[in-house]
Design a protein around this ligand. Structure first.
Ligand code: SF4
Length: 270
């Protein structure tokens, strides 16, 4: 049996995996480790303080399930009826227990913004602040998203914001495929109601579950995809940009594609 990692090692490992995930690297494989190397390292460590991180070689990584077919695109909803249509979806979600994320959440985080928005953002899932308030993107990443929206010449109230999963994954881990695939049909229905002209996927998880394909973010950015009758643009998640601000320039280039598709010009600074 492999021993448990101590909490600081686990947190460092999770942070590193989040960083790779934000870059669009989502598949990781364990390689067999040379037993002689393990023996050498173990011998050099104190037997009392050693926390082994070597997996048993017989342990296998479960094969990823393929993506289920997305539901058919729903009939268009008149702009005046969109709030009511979204409320029906919210009521249907209710006090949801359809996936394992229900056990650790505080609030279901449905969405925020204008039901008649021309632009919609889709993130991965709620964090601690969002879970506490029941509103998406209200923490530090949310403040950066607000700044990005302002830079585009828009107000947050003018766009619509939702996530792939509506309940906070424990420790902000990536949603499991089963969780994302269980929750995302609600997101697809929200998209069908709002019918934004442009959809921006924030990060690899949003891009993966919207496009139904697992691909590095680099291969998806910089172009316009088609999704449920809407133009879809892929960029970095604001939380990733907080960790690596050097990539903000790249994200701005992606947002400029969205602005071009919407016919928007950045606000003048004068
Ligand atoms: S994440 Fe979605 S499917 Fe899972 S419990 Fe929450 S609302 Fe339900």
């Amino acid at each position: 049996m492999p021993q448990q990692l101590d909490s600081s090692t686990r947190e460092a490992l999770e942070a590193r995996l989040r960083f790779y995930r934000d870059l669009g690297m989502t598949e990781f494989y364990r390689r067999p480790v040379d037993p002689e190397l393990i023996a050498t390292v173990r011998a050099s460590e104190s037997s009392e303080t050693t926390q082994t991180i070597y997996p048993e070689e017989s342990q296998t990584i479960p094969h990823r399930k393929s993506f289920p077919a997305a539901p058919e695109i729903a009939a268009a909803v008149a702009p005046s009826e969109r709030n009511a249509a979204l409320e029906l979806i919210r009521q249907e979600i209710g006090d949801c227990t359809r996936c394992a994320l229900s056990t650790g959440r505080n609030k279901v985080v449905f969405a925020d913004g204008d039901a008649k928005a021309r632009l919609m953002f889709v993130g991965e899932g709620p964090g601690a602040d969002e879970d506490a308030q029941g509103i998406p993107f209200v923490g530090r990443a949310g403040q950066l998203l607000n700044n990005m929206i302002t830079a585009m010449g828009l107000k947050r109230e003018e766009v619509y914001i939702a996530n792939v999963v509506k309940c906070r994954p424990p420790g902000n881990r990536t949603p499991e495929p089963e969780e994302a695939n269980t929750c995302s049909p609600f997101l697809f229905r929200q998209i069908d109601v709002v019918r934004p002209e442009v959809l921006v996927a924030l990060g690899a998880t949003a891009a993966t579950y919207l496009l139904g394909q697992r691909q590095p973010l680099a291969g998806l950015r910089g172009r316009v995809h088609s999704f449920r009758g809407t133009k879809l643009i892929v960029t970095y998640h604001p939380a990733f940009l907080l960790r690596d601000p050097r990539q903000k320039k790249e994200a701005w280039a992606d947002l400029q594609i969205a602005m071009r598709e919407l016919g928007l010009k950045p606000p003048s600074r004068g």
